[in-house]
Design a protein around this ligand. Structure first.
Ligand code: NAD
Length: 299
């Protein structure tokens, strides 16, 4: 039988990801600062422990799925962190989207204790997490990639090796900058079409058979009533929070500044998502930029 896998961070993404590990026969040992998040997994037979250190004491393969860089630093290096009790030879995989520099720091700290840290952020959203169809972008020692892939392929359809630690994050940050630009573009385009008297369902059908098609138009349309089973059909609840998108765009800005790379549309997207956070959209799905633009019309 398969040996146990630790999982820390059972939020919108971590919860369905951990469920897929259980489905593939891995006993899961989990922890989350917010005990409510552990309920469903516990009912499926997962063992729930108080802290990341307790998880590291029992499992030598651990996946973390946390909101942002400070949470990752805390879960790995904090007083009750993984590194307090990590076993030699452990494989630690962080699937959160964070600053690549923090991934590199965590890898150095883990290596000092004889453990391997890899970054493996994901693309695909809650739907793909639930159906086990995520894309993982993996950075770290190449000789550890197959061991990581064994676990990640239970949760994803694509597991792609990117290079040394931090390069998974680099790929993810680039993807999300384009995602944000595409989502804002889709939202403002749909709004313009509606104002010109087009039926939103018809307009999205035309976009999706034309050159304006993108993921935000054909899989995650931001206009309520155009698609079912997406956050726009559910008052923008669940999905990928506006705060998290603003965070990812901030990461893109930092890396662009450090490398003197021009990213004008990425900068504008960052500002739009930050304005949304300040105006009550923080916990709504990022496709709520459509609603934000409608309110900006002031009528
Ligand atoms: P979330 O906020 O829903 O879940 C994060 C979980 O981590 C929460 O349950 C929280 O209680 C827990 N947590 C926070 N600090 C902790 C700590 N110190 N110890 C233990 N648990 C802790 O976030 P999410 O939507 O699941 O996203 C997680 C990561 O995945 C983020 O970095 C996000 O950018 C990325 N991501 C999200 C999506 C998406 O569609 N939601 C898609 C791709 C990538």
């Amino acid at each position: 039988s398969k040996t146990q896998v630790g999982f820390i961070g059972l939020g919108n993404m971590g919860n369905p990801m951990a469920k897929n590990l259980i489905k593939h026969g891995y006993p899961v040992i989990a922890s989350d600062v917010f005990p409510e998040s552990c309920k469903e997994l516990q009912e499926l037979g997962a063992q729930i422990l108080d802290s990341p250190a307790d998880v590291a004491d029992k499992a030598d393969r651990i996946i973390t799925m946390l909101p942002s860089s400070p949470n990752v630093v805390d879960v790995y290096t904090g007083p009750n962190g993984i590194l307090k009790k990590v076993k030699k030879g452990s494989l630690l995989i962080d699937s959160s989207t964070i600053d690549p520099a923090v991934s590199k720091e965590m890898a150095v700290a883990a290596e000092k204790l004889g453990a391997v840290f890899m970054d493996a952020p994901v693309s695909g959203g809650v739907g793909a997490a639930t159906s086990g169809k995520l894309t993982f972008m993996v950075g770290g020692p190449e000789e550890e990639f197959n061991a990581a892939k064994e676990l990640l392929s239970c949760m994803g359809a694509n597991v792609v090796y990117c290079g040394q630690v931090g390069t998974g994050q680099a790929a993810k940050i680039c993807n999300n900058m384009l995602l944000a630009i595409g989502m804002i573009g889709t939202a403002e385009t749909m709004n313009l079409g509606i104002r010109l008297g087009l039926d939103p369902k018809l307009l999205s059908k035309i976009l999706n058979m034309s050159s304006g098609r993108c993921w935000s138009s054909d899989t995650y349309n931001p206009v309520p009533g155009v698609m079912e089973g997406v956050p726009s059909a559910n008052n923008y609840q669940g999905g990928f929070g506006t705060t998290l998108m603003a965070k990812d765009l901030g990461l893109a800005q930092n890396t662009a500044t450090n490398t003197k790379t021009p990213v004008p549309l990425g900068s504008l997207a960052h500002q739009i998502y930050r304005m949304m956070c300040a105006r009550g959209y923080a916990s709504k799905d990022f496709s709520s930029v459509f609603q934000f633009l409608r309110e900006e019309e002031g009528q």
